[in-house]
Design a protein around this ligand. Structure first.
Ligand code: ADP
Ligand code: ADP
Length: 224
C-alpha cells in the first residue's frame, strides 16, 4: 500500500509583474508505507514546496495527491484537519516549539487539540519523551535545551497522535553534524520500530545514506 502518491503534480507561482515560477513540474512519486525517503536537490529545486503540498499546508496548481489511497481534497478543510490530527506529523528545521511551554507541554499540545484527557496526555508525553531520550528534561523550556534536545522534543511532538507519516523539512539543517546524526539515527529507529513512514528533505549526506530511497529534484522535476 502507498502511504503517499502524487500524480502529475505541478505548482506555479505567478506574480503581479506577470513573472511565473514553476516550483514543481509534473511530479509523480509513490511512497510505500513504512519507507524512509529523502528528497535531495539544490536550493530552489522544489523540495519544500513538494513536502508542503503532500502535508496539505499548501495546494498544488494541478495534479493530485493521494494519502493512504485517498485523494486529498484541498478545498475540504475538515478533511485536512483530520489528516493533520490523525495521519501526518511535522518536524521543521527551526524546531518550532512553543517557547513559553516546557517539553512536556509542547508534546501535550497536539493531544489537547485531539481531545485527549489531561492524564492521558501526560502519560503519552512521558512515554514519548522517554523514547527520544529526554526523560530527565521534561520540565525544561526550549530555551533551557540544546538544539539537538529541542529537535528531540519536536520529534516526540510529531509522534503524539501516532501518525502514519512524518514529514521533516531539513530536520538536521540547524544542527552540527554529530548532533544531526543522532537525530537522523533517532528518526530511523522510529521508522524501523514503529513503522512510521518518513519523507525528509535534506542536504545531509548521512540522512541520504540511511534512507531506503533518495529522490533527487532539480528545477521542479525528479531526476532520479
Ligand atoms: P527548495 O526547498 O528545494 O529550496 P522551494 O520549494 O523552497 O525549494 O522553492 C522552489 C521554487 O519556488 C523557488 O524558485 C522558490 O523561489 C519558489 N517559491 C517557493 N515558495 C514560494 C512562494 N511562496 N512564492 C513565490 N515563489 C516561491
Ligand atoms: P477531562 O479529563 O475531563 O477530559 P482534561 O483533563 O482534558 O479534561 O482538561 C481539563 C482542563 O484542562 C480543560 O479546561 C482543558 O481545556 C485544560 N487542558 C487540558 N489539556 C491542556 C493542555 N495541554 N494545555 C492547556 N490546557 C489544557
Amino acid at each position: 500500500m502507498n502511504i503517499v502518491e502524487t500524480r502529475n503534480l505541478s505548482k506555479y507561482y505567478t506574480f503581479d509583474s506577470g513573472l511565473r515560477v514553476e516550483a514543481l513540474r509534473g511530479i509523480n512519486v509513490k511512497i510505500e508505507e513504512g519507507d524512509f525517503v529523502s528528497f535531495m536537490g539544490p536550493s530552489g529545486s522544489g523540495k519544500s514546496t513538494l513536502l508542503n503540498i503532500v502535508g496539505c499546508l499548501d495546494q498544488p496548481t494541478s495534479g493530485d495527491v493521494f494519502i493512504e489511497g485517498n485523494e486529498v481534497d484541498y478545498r475540504n478543510s475538515s478533511s485536512l484537519v483530520r489528516l493533520h490530527r490523525q495521519t501526518i506529523g511535522f518536524v521543521f528545521q527551526a524546531f518550532n516549539l512553543i517557547s513559553t511551554m516546557n517539553a512536556m507541554e509542547n508534546v501535550c499540545y497536539p493531544l489537547y487539540f485531539s481531545g485527549v484527557s489531561r492524564s492521558r496526555q501526560k502519560q503519552r508525553a512521558t512515554e514519548l519523551l522517554g523514547l527520544v531520550g529526554l526523560g530527565d528534561r521534561m520540565h525544561h523550556l526550549p530555551s533551557e535545551l540544546s538544539g539537538g534536545e529541542q529537535q528531540r522534543v519536536a520529534v516526540a511532538r510529531a509522534l503524539a497522535n501516532s501518525p502514519k507519516l512524518i514529514l521533516a523539512d531539513e530536520p538536521t539543517g540547524n544542527l552540527d553534524s554529530d548532533t544531526g546524526n543522532k537525530i537522523t539515527d533517532l528518526m530511523r529507529k522510529i521508522n524501523r520500530e514503529q513503522g512510521v513512514s518518513f519523507l525528509v528533505t535534506t542536504h545531509d549526506p548521512e540522512m541520504a545514506r540511511i534512507a531506503d530511497r533518495v529522490i533527487r529534484l532539480k528545477d521542479g522535476k525528479i531526476t532520479v
